[in-house]
Design a protein around this ligand. Structure first.
Ligand SMILES: [Zn+2]
Length: 296
C-alpha cells in the first residue's frame, strides 16, 4: 500500500481494508524469518510501557527480540482487527499487534526495503511482508498468546463497525463530555477517528457539542446506525483506493464525494444548503451543519 494514499491518517476503514488485503496473503503461511531494522519500533512484554520509542529510554538497553516473539516458526492463523489496531495470531502461541499510527503501513515487499521500513517478515513461500512507518507513531507489540491479545482488546470499547445502540448508551449516557469527544475515546468505542465522528453525527442529526448525558433515549439507535454506516461506506471507498494503490498520484477515488461535513467548513450542507460551521472540540477540528444537527 502506498503510505501517501491521500488520507490524513489511517482510520478504521483503512485498517480494515489492509486486513482484508493481508488475510489471503499470509494466513496459513509459515513465518521463517524476521528482520528487525529498528528495535524501538517493536515492544516486548519486558520493555517500558509503550516501548522504547515512547519511554524516552534508549533502545540500546533493549534485549534483542527473540524471533519466536515475532511469530517465527509458527503458521499465521488469522489477521484480526479491533478499532484501528491489526493483529496476527499464530499456531505456535504468540501474537503481534500492529498500530499504524499516522503514517504506518503493512505491505508486501517487492524490491529493496526503504529507509522507513522497520520490520520484515519472510515466509516459507510467498513474498515478504514489511512494516513501514516514516513518522514512527505506530509500532509492533509482541504478545505471549491469543488470550493476551483478547485481554488487551477487551480493555478497549467495542469495535465501532459493529457497535450496537445499547453498548453506546451504556458506556456514554452518564458522561458530561460532548458526544464528539466521547466518540473519539477508544476506551468507549474503538475505531472512530475525527473524520468518522463528524460524519456519523451529521447523519444522526446531533450537534457534536451536545453533552452525552443530555442525549435522548431515542438518539442512541440512529447514532449507532450512523457510525456503522459511515464506516462501512469508508471501507467500500478505501477498498477502491487500495486496489488502485499503484496510481502515480496516490489519491483515493471516492473519498471526497462520500464525506458530507469533514473538510467542508464554510461550504453548503449537502442536505439543506446552509453554510457548514466549524469549531474545535477536544483539540480536534470539528465541522457540522447548524440546521440539520440540533443541540440536545
Ligand atoms: Zn444541513
Amino acid at each position: 500500500m502506498n503510505p501517501q494514499m491521500g488520507l490524513a491518517m489511517p482510520e478504521l476503514p483503512e485498517v480494515e481494508c489492509v486486513r482484508q488485503m493481508l488475510e489471503p496473503m499470509i494466513v496459513s503461511r509459515t513465518v521463517v524469518g524476521v528482520v528487525v531494522r529498528r528495535r524501538d519500533m517493536v515492544v516486548t512484554p519486558d520493555d517500558p510501557p509503550g516501548g522504547f520509542a515512547r519511554s524516552g529510554t534508549l533502545a540500546t538497553q533493549a534485549r534483542p527480540v527473540h524471533p519466536s516473539e515475532l511469530l517465527v516458526g509458527g503458521t499465521i492463523t488469522a489477521v484480526l482487527r479491533h478499532g484501528k489496531a491489526l493483529a496476527f495470531t499464530s499456531n505456535a502461541g504468540p501474537a503481534v499487534v500492529i498500530h499504524l499510527g499516522m503514517t504506518g503501513s503493512v505491505h508486501p515487499l517487492d524490491g529493496e526495503p526503504g529507509t522507513h521500513t522497520h520490520l520484515i517478515w519472510t515466509f516459507a513461500d510467498g513474498v515478504p511482508l514489511a512494516f513501514t512507518d516514516p513518522r514512527r507513531f505506530g509500532g509492533v507489540w509482541c504478545l505471549q498468546s491469543s488470550e493476551a491479545l483478547q485481554h488487551r482488546w477487551e480493555a478497549l470499547g467495542p469495535d465501532a463497525l459493529g457497535v450496537r445502540a445499547a453498548q453506546l448508551r451504556d458506556r456514554l449516557q452518564a458522561s458530561a463530555r460532548p458526544i464528539k469527544v466521547a466518540l473519539l475515546d477508544q476506551h468507549a468505542v474503538a475505531g472512530i477517528g475525527n473524520i468518522y465522528a463528524d460524519e456519523a453525527l451529521f447523519r444522526a442529526g446531533i450537534d457534536p457539542h451536545s453533552r452525552c448525558d443530555q442525549l435522548n433515549a431515542s438518539d442512541w439507535s440512529p447514532l449507532a446506525s450512523a457510525i456503522r454506516q459511515v464506516l462501512r461506506e469508508g471501507i467500500q471507498a478505501g477498498g477502491a483506493s487500495i486496489r488502485d494503490y499503484r496510481r502515480p498520484d496516490g489519491t483515493s477515488g471516492g473519498q471526497q464525494r462520500r464525506l458530507r461535513v469533514y473538510g467542508r467548513l464554510g461550504q453548503p450542507c449537502t442536505k439543506c444548503g446552509s453554510q457548514l460551521a466549524g469549531s474545535r472540540l477536544g483539540g480536534r477540528a470539528t465541522v457540522w451543519c447548524p440546521s440539520c444537527q440540533t443541540s440536545r
